[in-house]
Design a protein around this ligand. Structure first.
Ligand SMILES: NC(=O)c1ccc[n+]([C@@H]2O[C@H](COP(=O)([O-])OP(=O)(O)OC[C@H]3O[C@@H](n4cnc5c(N)ncnc54)[C@H](OP(=O)(O)O)[C@@H]3O)[C@@H](O)[C@H]2O)c1
Length: 247
């Protein structure tokens, strides 16, 4: 069984991706930060459907913890699947913060940078020895990198950095046949940033060619395809999954 690791798998897009990947026959290590119960619910849902998943704690904003985290991953891989390597890594964990550029504080800036750029960079570096030949990496970016959206400047800038980093991962890891792609969601109905207020959701739906905001499953299916055989020749790309947002 191919086993993949998804950060921020307790809720939203990460939880849906964990469930979708398990449905396609992958073993899943998902991480949580503040919601261990939600992570266990995802693990149970996967088990009830006949799959296998494990939940581990991780703060993606704390790069100093990544060596210990790699040891925990190795232990789980061996104990649960009798394996030593991962077939995929999804850098998904994140949070939203609305604040106009003129009032963003250095602490808010650093917090977003640590989770959305530094975290994926050094977590990928830490887990690289565990990624098998031919593994897939998917980095979650955002359509706010393409469409300037007032109130999310640092978030969007770091997601833009992650998009660039994705191409460098593809280039530098290609020798090991490890692929790296970015998935860039539009507005998705999750709890990110406190969720979408109804009037804002209606506005975003009106700006989307398919006439609605996205569901986590819309994104999860694309991530799962990129990790699996279907995505085997897709590399170094950024794929917007947004139903035609502001096209
Ligand atoms: N929803 C959207 O409209 C949208 C649009 C574009 C891009 N995205 C991106 O898609 C990804 C998933 O977002 P989502 O909408 O699914 O968010 P969500 O529903 O709020 O879930 C966020 C997940 O990330 C975890 N997390 C948050 N901070 C963390 C940290 N410091 N360390 C480790 N884990 C942390 C949470 O864990 P706990 O619950 O355990 O704390 C949770 O599992 C994010 O990178 C986000 O930026 C989302």
């Amino acid at each position: 069984m191919n086993t993949i690791l998804i950060t921020g798998g307790s809720r939203g897009i990460g939880a849906s991706t964990a469930i979708e990947c398990a449905r396609r026959g992958m073993g899943v290590i998902l991480t949580y930060h503040r919601n261990p119960e939600a992570a266990q619910t995802v693990v149970q849902r996967i088990a009830q459907a006949g799959g296998k998943a494990v939940a581990l704690p991780l703060d993606v904003g704390d790069a100093d913890s990544f060596d210990d985290f790699r040891s925990a991953v190795q232990t789980s891989l061996h104990a649960t699947w009798g394996q030593r390597t991962l077939a995929g890594l999804v850098n998904n964990a994140g949070y939203g913060l609305f604040n106009p550029l003129e009032s963003v504080t250095p602490a808010q800036f650093d917090g977003l940078m640590n989770v959305h750029l530094k975290g994926p960079f050094f977590l990928t570096q830490a887990l690289l020895p565990l990624l098998q030949t031919g593994a897939g990496i998917v980095n979650l970016t955002s359509a706010t990198t393409r469409v300037a959206t007032p109130g999310v400047a640092p978030y969007a800038a770091f997601k833009g950095g992650l998009e660039v980093l994705t191409r460098y991962m593809a280039k530098e890891f290609g020798e090991r046949r490890i692929r790296a792609n970015a998935v860039s969601p539009g507005a998705i109905r999750t709890e990110l940033g406190g969720g979408l207020p109804p009037d804002f959701e209606a506005l975003l739906a009106g700006q989307t060619a398919l006439g609605r905001v996205g569901e986590p499953e819309d994104v999860a299916r694309v991530i799962a395809s990129l990790l699996g055989e279907d995505g085997g020749w897709v590399n170094g790309q950024s794929i917007e999954v947004a139903g035609g947002y502001m096209v």
